[in-house]
Design a protein. Sequence first.
Length: 310
Amino acid sequence: MDPSVSIFGDWGTSRLRLYLRQGKSVLDRRDGPGVSALTQSPERTFLDLIGDWREAQPSGAILCGMVGSRIGWAEAAYAPCPATAGDLRERVLKIEADGLPVSIIPGLSCINPLGGPDVMRGEETQILGALELDPALKQGRHLLVLPGTHSKWTVVQDGAITGFLTAPVGETFALLRQHSTLAAGVGADVQGSPEGFAMGLARITEKGPAVLSHLLFETRARQLLDALPAADAMGFLSGLLIGADAAAARQWFGDLWRVTLVGAPALNDFYGRAIAAHGGRTVAVDGDSAVLAGLSVLSPQNNSEFHVLA
């Protein structure tokens, strides 16, 4: 085995991203199905995808996300908050796949600001990566939001993740789009428009998140009575949901209303606009870069610098 070669992976519910790394460089990337869409075992799926990468003699693989859940490859027990990189590293689950050492990062658990239980898997790695990419976040108290299927509002204190609050915004949008009359007749390929998003954001900002359930039906009524185009309607729905999430979060995190966004550029932009509508300021960190940096922090080599080859 070559100790300079390793495999990084972010294996969530809906997708898998694998990276072949040598030294500080990511040499190749492959995508695969998330743990909810597997047609064979996680081990077989992983081995099939890395295939010829074995010729590079990787020393091991390190994976984060739902791969460590009860529906994944092997369950890695949650680490309780507050948690540092060292706490997570101590709880890494070690298994093997056809002789290749595989490390699975545990998720985190906490009691959230509403007094209920909360969990995350995968986001903890992105958060630690964001701290590496912006070392100023390691000092003092900061608010990060990781937008996505389950958006995570997370507080970091002096480099430790102290707690978080989850909102299933992306999942709610997908359910309403696919299984409700709000999007009846809207083609699967229709994307939400920026104009529609601005309209929905303005509406929820005006009326407040408490009336979200009543505003949601306007997505349908505006199509029927105002001839709202399908793309604008889907943007409107997204604006309502993301705007309501930001408005509600300010109730709990208003003293930290300079927010670091960690996610895909499009989602970072939407959340940035929603937070700005409620008087906040944001800086953005690319989610893929953050997960790579986080896996570097948690890897046995603990080398947080990396470069992706074009």
